[in-house]
Design a protein. Structure first.
Length: 376
């Protein structure tokens, strides 16, 4: 029996190389992809990576173009013009999630190969066939599904070690969301690859629970590398195997809503997502007659306390935010097409506000039909 539809999965980068100090040795591999690289990233990360890049690209004809503060439509337009003026035939992205998203989307638009070089372990953007687009002021707008994962991912542990510890902690928060979101959106699937993706998300969670403490006490050590691999590489596997059906849910929807508030712009992507996991679990407590979400939330609160992930709006530096602003963020998170609709029950902005301000509440009974969530 032949299916009437064709499913295309973008599972993984064509090549992944990892090791300490390996960026400088990437010249021949990059040369096989192109001779005229456009290198993009943030000013700070480009400066940090400069020694390795200069060695790797010494026999090529590169141009370096910072992408700007956000992966925005304006930034992409500027990069496209620069790439065309240089006659670039390969794109190299260096930096954190937004820089890598910009490089991937630029390569996608110009139909060029792309190399990703993460300089922190804050996200899995170096792996995925997805780019998030923000406004010029940092508000999440939409995401773009790309036709393939990067052609080469260069995970240089020496580069990642230059990033603040906070970025790794944020990456841990972002990676943990894979389990809490995929288990809700896809946990009842009977499709082989989706089952595999969800179970890998559970394994990823367990690895982070087991190894994070040792990783944070010994940066650069074996456990630190394992956690870096988990946040940068393994976290990308879920979307690759499960495809669109292993979706983000409320945790990322909360992140997206918060980006529309300037007060959130001092926090990292993974910090907002980690807080969003707690909010999602509160919503599950309110919307489902089960104690599982409450138990999971209490477990996470203990873990967050130990590693320094945010548990409340105050921890995100948003303790003085007005109810009007918070309701605006919740409205954005609940807008049409939002990931929050992958929850198995409906969520209104008012209920989301209630969950957002009560992430550390000890107990909660399920809501009765038509009942509003608590406002504090």
């Amino acid at each position: 029996m032949t299916s009437s539809t064709t499913a295309t999965l973008t599972v993984a980068p064509a090549q992944v190389v990892r090791g300490a100090g390996i960026l400088a040795a990437q010249g021949s591999a990059i040369a096989r992809l192109g001779q005229r690289p456009l290198v993009t990233g943030g000013d700070r990360t480009l400066a940090i990576a400069a020694p390795g890049l200069e060695t790797a690209l010494r026999d090529l004809t590169p141009v370096q173009v910072p992408y700007g503060p956000d992966c925005s439509e304006a930034a992409l337009a500027h990069l496209r013009s620069a790439a065309q003026a240089h006659a670039a035939d390969v794109i190299i992205g260096v930096g954190g999630g937004k820089a890598l998203d910009a490089a991937k989307l630029l390569a996608h638009q110009l139909r060029l190969p792309v190399v990703t070089v993460p300089t922190s372990a804050a996200t899995c953007a170096a792996w995925t066939a997805l780019s998030n687009i923000y406004s010029d002021t940092g508000a999440f707008l939409y995401d773009v599904t790309l036709d393939r994962c990067p052609d080469r991912l260069v995970l240089d542990y020496d580069l990642v070690a230059t990033a603040p510890v906070r970025t790794l902690v944020a990456g841990i928060g972002d990676a943990l969301a894979k389990w809490y979101e995929a288990s809700v959106s896809s946990g009842t699937s009977d499709q082989t690859l989706i089952i595999a993706a969800v179970q890998q998300a559970r394994v990823l969670r367990d690895i982070l629970f087991q190894k994070t403490a040792a990783a944070l006490t010994a940066p650069g050590g074996p456990d630190w590398r394992e956690v870096v691999d988990a946040t940068v590489l393994m976290a990308g596997v879920m979307g690759g195997l499960g495809g669109a059906q292993c979706r983000t849910v409320a945790a990322h929807a909360v992140h997206n809503g918060l980006t529309h508030l300037s007060a959130s712009h001092g926090t990292l992507h993974g910090e907002k997502v980690a807080y969003g996991i707690l909010v999602q679990l509160r919503l599950e407590e309110m919307g489902l007659d089960t104690s599982l979400a409450a138990t999971a939330r209490q477990q996470l609160l203990q873990f967050y306390q130990a590693v320094g992930l945010p548990q409340t709006l105050a921890d995100l530096g948003m303790g003085e935010i007005s109810l009007t602003d918070l309701h605006h963020a919740a409205t954005v998170a609940c807008r049409e097409g939002s990931d929050i609709y992958h929850l198995p029950f409906a969520v209104q902005p008012e209920a989301l506000v209630g969950a957002m301000v009560s992430t550390t509440m000890t107990t909660l009974r399920p809501l009765t039909p038509g009942e509003a969530a608590p406002s504090a």
